[in-house]
Design a protein around this ligand. Structure first.
Ligand SMILES: NC(=O)c1ccc[n+]([C@@H]2O[C@H](COP(=O)([O-])OP(=O)(O)OC[C@H]3O[C@@H](n4cnc5c(N)ncnc54)[C@H](OP(=O)(O)O)[C@@H]3O)[C@@H](O)[C@H]2O)c1
Length: 331
């Protein structure tokens, strides 16, 4: 393919990071055996970090961010993949060390590619993206410590208006859980009300008590923010409960005592959806496909934007003022 196409490029100039839409060619993309015409991408926290200096995400410039994308294969030599296949890519090096999905064309190793199930459209695949896979993995881990039959189990989701948080709420609701608490810094509860959570708690309220063991308030937790809030949550997890730790939107450090673990048998799972194999992701995609509904998608999609509008939205993610998932219609 020798014609040029548009991509969002982040580059380093005079000790700062600049983002611009440029005409690129295939030979400038990272190596891979498969070319995909990208139709949709979505904006994740990691994409936002990719646009700033010291974001800790991109080590070599110029780079095309976009850790998720869906589209159609236009060239491939990868065994088992065919021209015309509708595909989705999430994680691995995509948009970080390997040119990603904020581009009309992506070149990608076939082993990172997931063929999209027949009954899922490409927009929904990008909507789910890394956020959905991460939320599904977090839930899957908690199922191993008892999250399941008891639909009254008390479940806390932090960073609740974010991509991972919203997808976790959606997936849990679809499984019938009806005692979900959303932790948010936002003053307005409109968005979380529309997702249908039962309770909303502010960060300030969560941070009020700092004793090493507190009232057992949450059976299961999906945490996307880490930091001091995580410190305040661990002492409130019920006996035998569990927490899936997915993110660090509020910080990478936390300190705790051993008490929740040795006196209440709490289990803490580290979640990394980036390096999951396509086989492991397939299992999660199947669960997601069965649970996702149009109402859920309508309630969670904040915006559908074009390549040119990505940077202002990444700023909203970094400021913590964004809610839900912004989808990027690439072509
Ligand atoms: N482990 C993995 O494989 C994996 C995969 C995907 C994402 N992640 C991580 O998960 C986290 C969430 O990702 P995302 O894509 O869902 O991001 P997002 O859409 O930006 O959501 C993050 C949410 O966290 C809250 N938040 C943001 N900044 C905060 C701050 N300074 N202090 C406290 N809360 C803050 C906000 O929710 P409220 O306003 O409602 O409080 C925000 O909506 C990120 O740390 C990301 O790197 C990890």
């Amino acid at each position: 393919m020798d014609k040029t196409f548009k991509a969002l490029i982040v580059s380093e100039k005079d000790d700062s990071i600049i983002s611009s839409i440029e005409d690129w060619s295939v030979d400038r993309l990272s190596e891979g055996d498969t070319l995909v015409e990208v139709e949709y991408s979505a904006i994740n926290y990691k994409d936002a970090l990719a646009t700033i200096k010291n974001g800790g995400v991109i080590r070599s410039y110029p780079m095309i961010p976009g850790i998720d994308f869906s589209g159609t294969i236009i060239e491939t030599t990868h065994e088992g993949l065919f021209v015309g296949d509708r595909v989705v890519v999430t994680g691995q090096g995509t948009g970080v060390s390997h040119t990603g999905g904020f581009s009309e064309i992506a070149r990608i190793p076939g082993e990172w590619i997931q063929v999209v199930p027949q009954d899922l459209d490409l927009k929904v695949a990008a909507f789910v993206g890394t956020a959905g896979i991460t939320a599904a993995q977090a839930i899957h881990r908690l199922e191993s410590v008892g999250l399941g039959e008891n639909k009254e189990a008390s479940i806390l989701i932090t960073g609740a208006t974010g991509g991972v948080g919203s997808m976790a709420i959606n997936l849990l609701k679809a499984k019938g859980f009806n005692n979900i608490t959303a932790l948010t810094r936002k003053k307005s509860t409109d968005y979380l009300d529309s997702l249908g959570v039962q309770h909303i708690i502010s960060t300030e309220e969560m941070l009020e008590n700092t004793r090493p063991l507190q009232k057992q308030s949450f059976d299961y937790v999906i945490d996307t923010i880490g930091g001091a809030t995580l410190e305040a949550i661990l002492p409130k997890i019920s006996y035998g409960g569990g927490i899936s730790l997915c993110g660090n939107a509020s910080g990478i450090k936390f300190s705790t005592t051993v008490l929740p673990f040795i006196l209440r048998g709490v289990t803490m799972f580290g979640i990394d959806s980036v390096q999951l194999s396509t086989e492991e992701k397939s299992v999660l995609w199947d669960t997601i496909k069965e649970t996702i509904t149009k109402e859920m998608i309508d309630a969670t999609i904040a915006n559908e934007i074009s390549l040119e509008d990505i940077v202002p939205v990444t700023k909203q993610l970094l400021e913590g003022t964004h809610s839900g998932r912004t989808i990027v219609k690439i072509k």
